[in-house]
Ligand binder design. Sequence first.
Ligand code: N01
Length: 502
Amino acid sequence: MTDTAERSGDAAAHAEPVRTRALIIGTGFSGLGMAIALQRQGVDFVILEKADDIGGTWRDNTYPGCACDIPSHMYSFSFEPKADWQHMWSLQPEIFDYLRGVADKYGLRRYVRFGARVEHARWDEGESMWHVHTADGDEYLAQFLISGAGALHVPLTPEFEGLEDFGGVAFHSARWNHDVDITRKRVAVIGTGASAIQLVPAIVDEVAELQVYQRTPPWVMPRPNNALPQWLRRVFTDVPGTRALARLAIYWAHEVVGFGMTKQPGLLRVGRLLGQWNIRRSVKDRALRRALTPSYRTGCKRILNSDIYYPAIANPRTEVITDRIVRFTADGIVTEDGRERPVDVVVFATGFHVTDSYTYVRITGPDGEELVDRWTREGVQAHRGIAVAGMPNLFFLLGPNTGLGHNSVVFMIESQIRYVAQAIAAVDDAGVTAISPRRSAQDDFNRDLHADLDRAVWSTGGCRSYYMDEHGRNRILWGGMTWQYWLATRRLRRSEFTFSGR
Ligand code: N01
């Protein structure tokens, strides 16, 4: 069969749009959790997943050492606790397994269309339906559209001069190339964020030479992560209430950090002392210590945790390079001091397209309004971080300003799932077909939120981070304590919405 015949065959097979009541994008914690809530509510749904397996970020990030920096007893669904987490801070394979287990338990795979990358969603006012198009040419029609895509899924690889001429291997940390053997190779890691500080200690003993290119040093808190002892896992399994108690303790310990970030920056001085001690105890070289010590306030960029990062940095195989990268050559990397370092493998631990992640799916609302145009003009914002004025039946999980720098995002996701489920129920109760927040309610919410954010450490701490858009406004993080968000989303206030259709 020719290419064209194959394509037209496909086109014929996909000619009929798939109809459903709710369309969910993504199969990470958000998408799976939403699916379970809709299942319980008896709402028909389909899930579109761009990849060929479920799992979201915990499927995509497979770099050595990948782990979660929030304890698993908290970073898991409240309704699906797991007693026998192997570590307090789980490694990626165990979280990925957990998500697969949840998907299997609730029979969610049969609702998922794999390899379905959403490109365009268009609201049809007459039909009160979203028409959603995927890259493979399929069309889906749904009354409700719920994005569980999150903001950390489009890898960012900076454009360096000469990169295309580089003769070695280069890949992003979120697309780890497991076919490449790094044993006894000269490896360069670019970036020193959350991903880098996990992968550097995991590979340092394998490679011949490790070049760590640091633009801004992170604050890294001391934190051991040995396997949880068998007896403790048995306690969590056998003694009623212990898992819930652990979850509660973890929750409130993290909220204290959130309090420092948003209300009492003085508390963050403790973080500075701990971070400085963490450097001192592993790094003897004074110049290196200075290079590793951030000049901004703790918490301004994401606080990282590791007992093994600085020992890996102090390893004689490692070199920390703070001179700016100016170009790549066929053999290596040239920095601004004019020095070229030969390298075999380059790992870009350079993060994700975050504040512009919304530009990757085109969303066209009533009267042909493009959401991306509005957000580019006004800044990315939504009502309670979930729904958008003038965009009926559209919901975001971990949408604008609902990420966290201090606690489990699964807690935020569960609050949002409940809110979206209530919105759908409110539409049904009212006997209408569509719901969207009032502009005034959305503006009030965002005015208060940004007043809080302007006082928080992310704005005042003297750093540059991916939380900020190009105008210096925080579009990513929630500005208060997570229980305040829980309160703000616990009950959908109908007066904040307009109902339409039918
Ligand atoms: O990415 P990042 P990440 N030249 O954006 C540097 C989550 N996460 O993948 O700080 C040179 O934090 C950049 O430098 P600077 C978590 O939410 C969670 O590490 O911008 N360097 C920085 O050092 C996290 O916050 C876990 O000056 C360049 C690094 O690359 C988010 O994912 C684990 C550069 C990027 O750091 C992203 O983390 C891992 C350039 N042109 C990730 N461009 C958990 O444990 C960028 N950099 C849950």
